[in-house]
Design a binder for this molecule. Structure first.
Ligand code: IPE
Ligand code: IPE
Ligand code: MG
Length: 244
């Protein structure tokens, strides 16, 4: 039986403006193959390349991917350094290939806890891709929803102390401008791979009305057609936002 081509089935005039992805399952993918977990992460980085292209191809404007959470620091040292080296490699390659694509990159999360050279690489990429007009890729690095909200509250507290805002001015729209995602619309669709059905501290404020889509495939096996299927399923949903 021939697989369904979901790309053909998508309405391009009804695309989600923002898709968020919890790229999960790299470790289990490696385990199944009896190879070290970091090989799974490497394969996961390859899968991400494919999905970036797939998203940009149909004209998705914003894609946010969960690459490293505030809780992932509890993993073994070798796994963390493997992930950080992969990130270095990935960012370097990205700078090299920059002219081949039209993707603009930024980061959400607290990057001040990452090694200095990675912070510098990130700054470089942000500046160099600033004028790109295609997909906006937001990479969540040392990101946690709780941490983001606490950082936002501290910034508001400081602005109150400095009399830059008045307490009565604080509402949900003002609060959102203190989050890392201040320039990004809330996700319409959140995808999680690997069969786990939880949020794991991702975009807690922003997903209030996102459609959730869970897929059993492990992230390194996730492909363009799986991504298009998620969008196809999203387009069948009836979003009500509390109305009727
Ligand atoms: C997701 O894959 C990648 C990161 C969290 C960095 P995992 O490493 O969580 O893979 P599993 O869930 O153990 O299979
Ligand atoms: C979420 O996956 C974080 C990333 C994909 C980067 P985890 O694998 O860390 O989440 P849990 O531990 O299964 O909830
Ligand atoms: Mg996991």
């Amino acid at each position: 039986m021939k697989d369904i081509d979901y790309k053909e089935k998508i309405y391009l005039d009804k695309l989600p403006k923002h898709v968020a992805i919890i790229m999960d399952g790299n470790g289990r993918w490696a385990k199944k193959k009896n190879i070290p977990r970091n090989f799974g992460h490497k394969a996961g980085a390859k899968a991400l390349q494919k999905i970036l292209k797939a998203a940009d191809d149909i004209g998705i404007k914003h894609l946010t991917v969960y690459a490293f959470s505030t809780e992932n620091w509890t993993r073994p040292k070798e796994e963390i350094s493997g992930l950080m080296n992969l990130l270095r490699e990935y960012l370097k390659q990205y700078l090299k290939d920059m002219d081949k694509n039209n993707i603009k990159v930024d980061i959400i999360g607290d990057i001040t806890k990452l090694d200095k050279d990675i912070q510098e690489q990130i700054e470089k990429i942000k500046i160099k891709t600033y004028n790109k007009t295609g997909l906006n890729l937001h990479i969540a690095l040392n990101y946690g929803g709780h941490d983001e909200i606490i950082r936002a509250i501290k910034k508001i507290g400081q602005d109150l102390l400095d009399s830059k805002i008045n307490i009565d001015e604080i509402n949900k729209d003002v609060f959102a401008t203190y989050l890392d995602t201040k320039d990004i619309p809330d996700p319409d669709l959140l995808i999680r791979t690997s069969g786990e059905q939880r949020i794991s501290n991702f975009l807690l404020w922003q997903i209030a009305y996102s459609e959730l889509y869970f897929c059993d495939k492990l992230w390194p096996d996730y492909n363009e057609n799986d991504f298009y299927k998620a969008i196809y399923e999203f387009q069948k949903r009836n979003r009500r936002f509390g109305g009727i």
